[in-house]
Design a protein around this ligand. Structure first.
Ligand code: SF4
Ligand code: SF4
Length: 341
């Protein structure tokens, strides 16, 4: 989905850039991990244990790397990127370095005030991806940030009021939140946001608590079919491809055996400027020594970034990109108006 500052004529330009990068076997999406520090306390990720002294060695600019890769999609991630007070400078220098791109910020949202969102939006962020796995205090407990969910729900309408159109929830599907998937989509629609689902894995720190049991496969299939039915009716809220959603039960049943193509279309660059094929693999080389990746026989995860890279280009995907959650919210709001008598 594109945000309001992009016009329909940008779509063929993006498609051309995508075709060029794919043909040249260059990464389409570059994730800049601007810090590994984090002030959450998630049990399924150890980034928050990063020594605060790591701040001293974090790159002061990612612009040269951005210019070198010239990607179509850029993500600022971490750790928690909003911990960096110079994040606006990092964003605006990458914004100047790459011409045609779409830039996203991934955040837990605990420190995202409307004012901070506005300054990041002005610096060049097109989309804010805010983690949200539950609609209630379970999310606060899982992230170790009291009041987090309420804060996110207060901040998003204020972001929308100041004209920020690109907001998505990043929602991890796991053992204990299958009941939350459809309600999260409904809340996103009311707020004018999108939702991007990803599948839980223990690849970050070996915590298996969130892994979906095989006994839950039937419930999972039911949830996935509800999400696909929702997408058919209303495009633009759920931003995953139909393909990715369809594959999640296959992954849980252990049926996915295709090699992983991480590193071929997407790469991660850590705070020291080193390239990783995916967030959970160690760095291979500094970005100035970049070498092209080959597929790897690894099935440790089925993150959206892995699954989407394998998604075929179907008509439904084009419809997803052209759709807007804002329009969906408007339609939703209109439908809820009482009929005239
Ligand atoms: S999952 Fe995200 S919010 Fe949680 S500790 Fe890791 S980086 Fe921080
Ligand atoms: S399956 Fe791919 S993306 Fe996932 S951990 Fe393995 S190499 Fe990384």
């Amino acid at each position: 989905m594109l945000t309001s500052e992009f016009k329909p004529w940008h779509v063929p330009l993006f498609l051309l850039k995508y075709a060029y990068l794919t043909t040249a076997r260059r990464p389409v999406l570059v994730h800049f991990e601007v810090t590994m520090r984090c002030n959450a306390h998630c049990s399924f990720c150890d980034y928050w244990k990063t020594d605060p002294s790591a701040k001293a060695t974090e790159l002061k600019s990612f612009a040269d790397a951005a210019r070198y890769f010239n990607p179509m999609l850029v993500t600022f991630t971490g750790g928690e990127p909003t911990l960096r007070r110079d994040l606006e400078d990092l964003v605006s220098s990458v914004n100047r370095a790459v011409n045609l791109k779409y830039m996203t910020l991934i955040t837990h949202g605990g420190m995202l005030s409307p004012e901070r969102a506005r300054s990041l939006w002005k610096a060049g962020i097109n989309q804010f991806n805010i983690s949200l796995d539950f609609l209630d205090e379970r999310h606060d407990r899982a992230r170790g940030i009291p009041g987090l969910t309420a804060k996110i729900m207060r901040t998003i309408p204020r972001m929308r009021e100041i004209g920020i159109t690109g907001i998505r929830f990043n929602t991890v599907i796991k053992r204990d939140n299958l009941d939350q998937m459809v309600p999260i989509v409904q809340r996103a629609r009311e707020l004018g946001c999108g939702v991007n689902f990803s599948c839980y894995t223990d690849a970050k720190n070996g915590n298996t608590d969130g892994i979906i049991d095989r006994e839950q496969t039937e419930q999972l299939e039911q949830v996935v079919s509800e999400l696909l039915a929702y997408k058919k009716k209303t495009r633009g809220v759920i931003t995953n491809s139909d393909y990715y959603l369809e594959q999640i039960p296959r992954y849980v049943r252990g049926e996915i055996t295709e090699p992983c193509r991480s590193g071929m279309r997407t790469i991660h660059i850590d705070p020291l400027g080193r390239v990783k094929r995916c967030p959970d693999f160690p760095p291979d080389f500094h970005w100035t020594e970049f070498r092209k990746y080959e597929p790897i026989n690894c099935n440790a995860c089925y993150y959206a970034c892995r699954g989407e890279a394998q998604a075929p280009l179907r008509l439904s995907r084009v419809r997803d990109v052209m759709a807007s959650p804002t329009k969906a919210a408007t339609v939703s709001a209109l439908r809820q108006l009482p009929a005239r008598r």
